[in-house]
Design a protein around this ligand. Structure first.
Ligand code: PEP
Ligand code: MG
Length: 768
């Protein structure tokens, strides 16, 4: 089926996610269908089972605004016939049909075709989608299966999202039966119906994951439970009973296992058990459930009441017990959700990790073929976890606040890393739809890979180099698969996050040599350890900092740990004899650092000369420009380096004072901010003037809208996550540098990132 039809479902999801009221949503859906299929009228009639009537709820194309005013019994009109027969009703010249029902004033008599499609979901009748055209051949009969398909997808989507159920409830005062759990999915049987079965966050790593939800234990906390409601108190009570019993059993097991507990520790655990078995605790939670709260929310409210009481005691022993109460509460909460209390090692089935956030170290520890996707309630677009996930080709959606309230351990999930939708226990229609989309994507990426060996050159002849950012030796497979010309950034620290101690010179040498050899002649820009910030080396023994991104990070740490730094430099120098290596130093702030680095390099080279060890005598030295303060002294810095690499991930966070990993301020983190654009332009212009090669290696380098601006500035070297290269190349081959320059000039006059984004979208639609 044509991609145009397939992607309509995506747009419907989008409409549902963006719209406020059901009326507005339905109206946007009918407008979309009318526009996509060039039909003159599109309407949705909603079925009201109590009265067995169909009411017009959304329409485009009628002369007047008849919504709400037109209704009919199901035994009336062609629309009713679609419900009676439960089949599409297609009629040419409908006014001559015996079931035709005339509504004066809306101009319906002018339409020469009528197609009524029942909207149904399993056994549930939702309504009718009606399409009408002025021309007799406006609906070719071979298009009817396409419309049927669209109607079935609309039905599944609206039923699944509860859209029509809400619509009906509002008008009738009674709810239609809501969507049920996925038939035949054992994971979902016996669960309370969800308030909502889809969620939306920020898509940060593309692709679609289909797997079972698995919570990371430490990420379950009450701050993610905000407003749970339930209409099924009996089942909520029994879930709570089960969770309390499970918690009790777990605590008893801990007690048995830890025989050497001191009397004080045993007393604390005893107190936990007593608290859990206190009937008034249970009763308080039950009361809240009875008044409509979900078990999780009721638990939160009661636990917080106790915490407040304990915290209010003047006696410090008693006030500290608040922490114990919270601990117990969290344990019961984890059991309610069904999460494991241990960190997972292997997954037996396709798995989607759910967590508030996850560190790069943890991701490396749990990475395995069965890990299909991740949904994080916090997280940042350019966090190193996300960067790693992209290189593992694992779809990720971040910023999904209500995930804990919606998803249970073991739920079947679809994670859409392109649109940000996450579906819990989706019905077969949605699973099939995604399967189809995945097939389409694969086809598209196969086509894109056909241009793998073609140059990245704009339509007006500007040659651009596209390199890969890598972190692990295994990434080299992707470099080849996606046709990267070089390795523009090799982040050495990833490889060492999981270790117990700093790697020796020999270990590092072996690794860098393997990397260079498997690069098969491509140049590899090896960056020294960029530890700190969100890449915490467990063996570093660093003090906890209030602002780790502004603290002891990256080159600052390397220069302080002289022996560690020199070891790495020696290993890199020795490896340089085995391929085309460049060496890159991250997070430079001032010229003094560069002088110090050059001294260390020179002395290590002398040392190697003394050992008669081989290394590349012409090894090029570069620095990362990612601290805004370096821009003002760039001309001075450039005297001491052979090239620079712009790290947009950090440059944006430092220029705009926005933590790259903090979801709360994520909306402000935007590389299209005019100040960021002009800062990058200044860097590129200075480098071009001084003839010093400049590479752009942050995540922005793979985004078409940014590429357009960067090319407009005269930048020609980029490096990115390898799998993004084919699309970037495709884009570059479709643009002209002249258009890029115009877009840049326009962007620099605009007020904010939103305006820049809109302007670029327009340029990309029109000029390219
Ligand atoms: C950057 O800051 O843009 C960059 C490439 O480095 P990292 O993401 O590793 O900090
Ligand atoms: Mg950086």
């Amino acid at each position: 089926m044509h991609r145009q039809y397939i992607s309509i479902l995506e747009e419907i999801f989008q409409i549902i996610a963006d719209s406020g009221s059901p009326e507005h949503t339905l109206n946007r859906i009918v407008a979309l269908v009318a526009q996509r299929f060039s039909v003159d009228v599109c309407s949705v009639y909603v079925y009201h089972p109590a009265e067995k009537r169909l009411v017009l709820e959304a329409n485009v194309g009628f002369k007047t605004e008849p919504v709400g005013a037109i209704s009919m019994r199901v035994d009336q009109g062609l629309t009713g016939l679609a419900i009676e027969t439960m089949h599409p009703v297609f009629v040419v010249d409908p006014s001559t049909h015996p079931r035709y029902k005339h509504y004066p004033g809306i101009g319906e008599e002018a339409y020469r075709t009528f197609l009524g499609l029942p909207l149904k979901y399993h056994q549930q009748i939702l309504g009718v989608l009606v399409i009408q055209t002025l021309s007799e051949d406006g609906i070719p009969s071979d298009h009817i299966p396409i419309f049927e398909y669209i109607a079935s997808q609309i039905s599944a989507t609206v039923a699944y999202t509860g859209l029509l159920a809400n619509q009906s409830r509002e008008r009738n005062g009674a709810a239609m039966p809501g969507p049920t759990d996925t038939p035949g999915d054992p994971q979902s049987s016996g669960r309370r119906p969800y308030h909502r079965n889809y969620l939306r966050g920020d898509p940060v790593s593309p692709g679609v994951a289909d797997g079972y939800a698995h919570y990371l234990p430490e990420s379950i906390d009450f701050d993610q439970i905000r407003h749970g409601v339930s209409e099924q108190p009996a089942s909520e009570k029994s879930r709570l009973e089960t969770a309390i019993a499970a918690s009790d059993a777990q605590i008893r097991r801990v007690m048995e296992m830890a025989r050497e507990l001191s009397p004080e520790e045993a007393a604390v655990i005893d107190a936990h058990l007593m608290f859990l078995s206190d009937p008034s605790l249970k009763q308080k939670i039950f009361n809240r459930i009875a008044s409509g709260s979900s078990a999780e929310y009721a638990l939160k409210q009661v636990i917080f009441e106790y915490v407040d009481v304990f915290r209010g005691f003047a006696d410090s022993y008693l006030s500290e017990r608040a922490a114990d109460v919270l601990d117990i509460g969290r344990r019961v909460l984890a059991n309610l959700i069904g999460a494991d209390s241990d960190f997972p090692s292997t997954f037996e089935r396709p798995t989607v990790i759910i967590a508030s956030d996850i560190s790069p170290v943890d991701l490396l520890a749990i990475r395995q073929p069965a890990l299909k996707g991740m949904v994080l309630s916090k997280g940042g677009r350019t966090s190193h976890t996300v960067i790693l996930a992209k290189s593992f080709e694992i779809p990720v959606v971040i910023g999904v606040d209500d995930v804990i309230e919606t998803v249970r351990q073991g739920d079947r999930l679809i994670v859409d890393g392109m649109s940000g939708f996450v579906f819990a226990n989706p019905p077969p229609e949605i699973r099939e739809e995604y399967q189809r989309r995945q097939d389409e994507e694969e086809k598209l990426s196969r086509q894109r890979r056909l241009i793998k060996d073609l140059p990245a050159v704009t339509r007006d002849g500007l040659s651009v180099s596209l390199g890969a950012n890598i972190g692990l030796l295994s990434d080299m497979d992707l470099v080849k698969k996606y046709g990267a010309e070089n390795i523009g950034l090799y982040r050495t620290e990833f490889q060492f996050l999981l270790r117990k101690d700093f790697p020796t010179e020999e270990e590092q040498f072996q690794l860098y040599r393997s990397m260079l050899q498997s690069a098969e002649g491509r140049s590899v820009t090896i960056r020294t350890f960029d530890a700190g910030g969100d890449k915490f080396l467990p063996y570093l023994d660093a003090p906890k900092e209030d602002n780790p991104f502004l603290g002891w990070r990256s080159i600052r740490l390397s220069l302080d740990l002289d022996a560690v730094f020199r070891t790495q430099i020696r290993a890199m120098l020795r490896a340089s004899a085995f391929g085309r290596a460049d060496i890159l130093f991250p997070m430079i702030t001032c010229v003094t650092e560069v002088h110090r680095i050059r001294e260390i390099l020179a002395s290590e080279k002398t040392g190697l000369d003394g050992r008669k060890a081989k290394y590349d005598k012409n090894l090029r030295v570069g620095i990362m420009v990612e601290v805004p303060g370096t821009i003002g002294i760039l001309d001075r810095l450039l005297q001491y380096v052979d090239f620079i690499s712009i790290g947009t991930n950090d440059l944006v966070q430092y220029l705009l004072a926005v933590d790259r990993n903090n979801k709360k301020v994520a909306a402000l983190y935007n590389v299209l901010h005019p100040s960021v654009i002009s800062a990058i332009q200044e860097i590129v212009t200075i480098c071009n003037r001084k003839n010093v090669p400049v590479n752009i290696c942050g995540e922005a380098a793979s985004r078409p809208e940014c590429l357009l601006l960067f090319i407009g500035m005269g930048a020609t070297r980029f490096s990115m996550n390898a799998s993004a290269i084919p699309a970037a190349k495709d884009f570059i081959r479709s643009i002209r540098q002249a258009d890029a320059r115009n877009a840049l000039d326009a962007a620099l006059c605009l007020e904010d990132a939103g305006a820049v984004g809109r302007m670029i979208q327009d340029v990309m639609k029109k000029a390219i």
